[in-house]
Ligand binder design. Structure first.
Ligand code: FES
Ligand SMILES: [Fe+2]
Length: 363
């Protein structure tokens, strides 16, 4: 842990939009079906460009997106069987970043032994994950557990999110149940109350009581009838850098966060529901129903959130020192975890030059 003095709530509030990530976690970089066989796709984790390619055999590799020769972006190249081929002079690299072939190498000469940096990559929950930190730590860092994923009773909806804002602003939106006001026109939740809050070095756990009423709550299985008001307990766990929210046995949301850069964030969420209709009626149509639910219901919520998050970022950019007043202790706890995770990483990497610490001015 850092031996820097702990910062006050106000000091954290004034710096939270500038902090970098702790890269020693697995970050989601895309849905599995976006990574086609024999294709390469560029992704970015906190300003680090990475070329992720899937081989002819279906294996995934993640290399720094710059050719060893002259730095051309490898994602502009092609995939030949197990190798990625740079588009400029045709140098070929394997999944370990080793140069395996230079088409015009004079006879008797060997390829250079220097390698392209590689990143641990894995695929789970229909998501591709990359570990941008110290590769030696990757196997000891767990992905979030998603027990609903393989369970036939749960109806799964995949939810993509893209926000032009710092990841802390996006994470605050997920922890902030008091913004039900924003969604009132969509039959969102109302009368929220924070009933429990715990924080540890890498986690925040909050419980809120909320109320639901209306046809949407009934459709999503959150209310038995559309006319009555139902009180529910929502538990929200932020386990850096991802979320899971549960509403008893009724619904779960796993939100996986990708900080792309200081002002750009993505999310890959899996929502699980037990709809208010028998499963035999929805199971044969689950793919198309999930897409419809996303497009015509959930996206409307997310679009409202996106507008608020990006508005918050815009006023911050215009005047970063303007005082803001947060009163939700769950948000303050969240900020402290985000801040301290970054500090923890900085302390571990004290020997690294400051410009590699991925601060805003390096964007
Ligand atoms: S820049 Fe990649 S082969 Fe020359
Ligand atoms: Fe929202």
């Amino acid at each position: 842990m850092s031996n820097r003095p702990a910062l006050s709530v106000k000091e954290i509030q004034n710096t939270i939009r500038e902090v970098g990530i702790n890269p020693n976690y697995w970050y989601p970089v895309g849905w599995s079906d976006e990574f086609k066989e024999s294709r390469v796709k560029p992704v970015t984790i906190w300003n680090q460009p990475i070329a992720v390619y899937r081989t002819e055999q279906g294996r995934l590799h993640a290399l720094e997106d710059a050719c060893l020769h002259k730095g051309v972006e490898l994602h502009k190249g092609t995939v030949e069987q197990e190798r990625i081929v740079c588009p400029y002079h045709g140098w070929e690299f394997d999944g370990e970043g080793r140069c395996q072939k230079i088409p015009y190498l004079p006879a008797g000469k060997k390829c250079p032994t220097a390698r392209i940096r590689t990143f641990p990559v894995q695929e789970r929950y229909q998501i591709v994950w990359v570990f941008p930190g110290d590769p030696a730590l990757a196997q000891d860092v767990a992905l979030p557990e998603v027990p609903e994923f393989d369970h036939p009773d749960w109806f799964m909806v995949k939810i993509p999110g893209h926000f032009m804002a710092h990841f802390s602003t996006c994470n605050e939106n997920t922890m902030d149940v008091f913004h039900g006001h924003l969604h009132k026109g969509l039959q969102g939740w109302f009368d929220p109350e924070l009933t429990q809050l715990d924080r540890s070095e890498s986690k925040v756990f909050a419980e809120y009581q909320v109320s639901y009423k209306g046809r949407l709550a009934k459709l999503l299985g959150l209310a038995k009838s559309a006319e009555e008001t139902y009180q529910r307990t929502v538990s929200i766990e932020y386990a850096y850098p991802h979320y899971q929210n549960h509403m008893g046995e009724l619904s779960s949301l796993y939100l996986m966060r990708l900080p792309v850069g200081p002002n750009e964030t993505r999310s890959f969420s899996l929502m699980f529901l037990k709809p208010g209709i028998p499963s035999r009626l929805w199971r044969p149509y689950k793919e198309v129903l999930a897409r419809l639910l996303w497009r015509f219901v959930l996206k409307r919520f997310l679009d409202q959130d996106k507008e608020m998050i990006e508005s918050e970022q815009a006023t911050y950019d215009a005047d970063p020192q303007a005082p803001r007043l947060e009163i939700n202790p769950a948000i303050m706890a969240l900020r402290r975890v985000i801040y301290e995770q970054f500090q923890q990483y900085r302390s571990m990497s004290e020997a690294m030059p400051e410009e590699q610490m991925t601060q805003k001015d390096s964007a």
